[in-house]
Design a protein around this ligand. Structure first.
Ligand SMILES: Nc1ncnc2c1ncn2[C@@H]1O[C@H](COP(=O)(O)OP(=O)(O)OP(=O)(O)O)[C@@H](O)[C@H]1O
Ligand code: SF4
Ligand SMILES: [Mg+2]
Length: 310
């Protein structure tokens, strides 16, 4: 197992007293556990605010977990020998690329971490990597603002790739791009995965992408896992009313059968989540018990958190 996450919680302080001490927290991720197998694509889906990016940021070391345990190759994540093993590709390459640096500089920077002292060797590696993401030598002299959205994302991918990572966390890697470019970037990511035998954690709103590309899926709502299992199983036979609701909004995917699960209403505030099942305010199947206590995760050839199966 490449990655094992156990009972991960992440709280953000949102209110402070006069001494600057936090007095109120927002629980962005609550008791999340999952495992990612080496070489697989593990996808995380869920509406806005469900905690997907927070998990990504904890895994890539940007945030510290509030509690829980993360094992990377059977060792605590923070003890990993190669800190650059896990790289993240962000939704918006504009904010992840330094506008004052040339592409050559941005991509080459990582090679210093690898201790490659020879300048010519570094230049060769940069060129090789830039070409491997479908760009040409002339972009090396350019600054990010001189590139298209797709080209910028390719540079971001090259910058990660040059570090020779094992796990790439892709947080909505194509959603800021033109529709015409999205498929190209996805294809590139999938080619790269094959060539370098990478493992992906793919965060996306696009369930069609998930269906095509991922091995495992984790469906989140308000910081909690609602359903998790093999993508094919979950997509073809969703159990949780929330998963059914998400799928009902996808044109095609048997949406006639799922239309009764179409979600109405707004996502509750994470500062004041519903008591009992967090999804109950929008669930067409909610019953008394759903208000009384939160459902636990049960196993039904996948994991599902719903009293209907408890
Ligand atoms: N630094 C922060 N401080 C306070 N609250 C935060 C912070 N980062 C995220 N949150 C809150 O945590 C919750 C989860 O946010 P997160 O960004 O992980 O959601 P997401 O699933 O990635 O959503 P989206 O699909 O919109 O990207 C949200 O309610 C968000 O407002
Ligand atoms: S526990 Fe109740 S409210 Fe929550 S998803 Fe299941 S049926 Fe709906
Ligand atoms: Mg996000």
């Amino acid at each position: 197992m490449l990655l094992k996450v156990e009972n991960l919680c992440k709280d953000f302080p949102v209110e402070f007293n006069v001494f600057g001490k936090p007095i109120r927290f927002l629980r962005a991720v609550q008791e999340v556990s999952f495992e990612v197998e080496q070489g697989s694509v593990f996808s995380i889906v869920g509406e806005s605010g469900s905690g997907k990016s927070t998990i990504a940021r904890v895994l890539s070391g940007i945030y510290k977990p509030s509690s829980g345990r993360i094992l990377y190759r059977n060792e605590p994540l923070e003890n990993r020998k190669r800190s650059f093993d896990i790289q993240m590709i962000f939704q918006d390459p504009d904010s992840s690329l330094d506008p004052r640096k040339t592409v050559a500089f941005i991509v080459e920077e990582g090679l210093h971490i690898h201790g490659i002292k020879d300048r010519r060797e570094r230049k060769e590696l940069v060129l090789e990597t830039i070409k491997s993401v479908g760009l040409t030598e002339d972009v090396l002299k350019k600054f990010p603002h001189q590139l298209s959205g797709g080209q910028k994302q390719r540079v971001a991918i090259a910058r990660s790739l040059v570090l020779k990572p094992r796990l790439l966390i892709l947080d909505e890697p194509t959603s800021a791009l033109d529709v015409s470019v999205q498929a190209q970037i996805l294809n590139l990511l999938m080619e790269i995965r094959e060539i370098h035998q990478l493992t992906y954690i793919l965060i996306t709103h696009d369930l069609k992408i998930v269906n095509h590309l991922s091995d495992q899926i984790m469906v989140m709502y308000l910081g909690q896992v609602m359903e998790m299992g093999e993508t094919e199983q979950v997509m073809q036979d969703p159990l949780h009313p929330y998963t059914k609701g998400l799928l009902a909004s996808v044109p095609k995917v048997d949406s006639d059968n799922l239309s009764k699960f179409s979600m109405t209403g707004e996502i509750s505030s994470p500062l004041n989540p519903p008591k009992g099942c967090v999804f109950r305010t929008r669930c067409p199947l909610a019953f008394d018990k759903c208000q009384e206590r939160p459902p636990l995760i049960v196993h039904r050839n996948r994991k599902v958190r719903c009293h209907l199966y408890g």
